[in-house]
Design a protein around this ligand. Structure first.
Ligand SMILES: [Zn+2]
Ligand SMILES: [Zn+2]
Length: 178
């Protein structure tokens, strides 16, 4: 299978109709005359007065936006939130982590662990996300919250463990206090 000129780990779905470079779905621009173009040829077409649609927005009637450096992956919408399911893991990790930090008792202690696991899943799958950088950041936050919440749990269990050892030791030596 052919890979994208700009993303070696993405499968190319089309070729630029001007330069014939293979392009993945993140790099494929649509011109209003129906042609599929790479970012630099989309820019060239736009500079002649043509209208171009950036990747993944061509079917949503969004306004074409300014085209930036063609050697970089095309820019994305800042808002509203756009993403795929891997992004969702990361966002969910943050939401759950934040929620469980806000509450601090009872079963809520399970949630930061879940947040850490989801964050880990998100980071591991980040290269499949629409915005790997954002997904890694969110995932890392999720893991961070998860680890943070684990500290009191680990402290509690190590305290418990030490107390048990202490009593076993005391019982064994017959010095169970006054
Ligand atoms: Zn081209
Ligand atoms: Zn690409």
């Amino acid at each position: 299978m052919e890979s994208c000129t700009f993303h070696p780990d993405h499968v190319a779905i089309e070729h630029c109709e001007v330069c014939h470079r293979p392009l993945c779905d993140l790099c494929l621009w649509y011109a209003d005359d129906g042609r599929r173009l790479c970012a630099s040829h989309a820019r060239a077409y736009a500079s002649t007065g043509g209208e171009v649609h950036p990747p993944e927005t061509y079917d949503e009637a969004l306004q074409p936006r300014e085209i930036t450096d063609p050697t970089l992956p095309p820019p994305r919408d800042q808002a509203p939130y756009r993403g795929n399911s891997t992004d969702l893991y990361a966002a969910l990790a943050v939401v759950i982590g934040a929620t469980s930090l806000a509450s601090c008792m009872g079963f809520a202690y399970c949630l930061p662990v879940l947040s850490g696991i989801l964050g880990l899943v998100a980071v591991m799958n980040a290269k499949n996300a629409l915005d790997p950088q954002r997904t890694r950041t969110f995932g890392a936050i999720g893991i961070g919250i998860g680890l943070l919440a684990l500290i009191p749990i680990l402290l509690f269990f190590s305290y418990f463990f030490i107390m048990v050892l202490f009593f076993i030791y005391s019982a064994a030596t017959g010095n169970l206090g006054p």
